[in-house]
Design a protein. Structure first.
Length: 121
């Protein structure tokens, strides 16, 4: 406390606002890349929720990179910045509530698929 804290730019989320917003946080390390569309579940498809999520999980299973393209992505980007470097990212994404139900379902699907190794990693 009170001492100099190292600045870690990879923990600062960056969001570019346009018709579809683009955001990313973390550092591009070697690891497993997982990409999921946000309209993969029926609620998102019916609501017209477009976009995608891309994450990189390092060899230790920790979340090292998170990027998202879509609408209203500021909330998930800030949440992702808090769990970069965490090995429990999948449980956090699965158990957390989001303001938009389509994001909640997409992140829950992503977490479940990773937890049960249903993704082709």
């Amino acid at each position: 406390m009170g001492g100099p804290q190292p600045y870690r730019p990879e923990l600062v989320p960056i969001v570019i606002c346009s018709a579809l917003e683009l955001g990313f946080v973390g550092s591009m390390k070697e690891g497993r890349r997982i990409v999921k569309t946000l309209n993969a579940n029926t609620k998102s498809f019916a609501n017209g929720w477009n976009g995608m999520v891309s994450i990189i999980v390092d060899e230790e299973g920790k979340l090292s990179y998170f990027s998202m393209l879509g609408e209203c992505i500021s909330e998930p980007m800030n949440i992702a910045s808090a769990i970069i470097g965490s090995a429990l990212w999948d449980q956090f994404f699965f158990s957390n509530n989001y303001t938009h139900p389509s994001i909640c379902e997409s992140f829950s699907d992503l977490s479940l698929e990773f937890m049960f190794n249903l993704l082709n990693l």
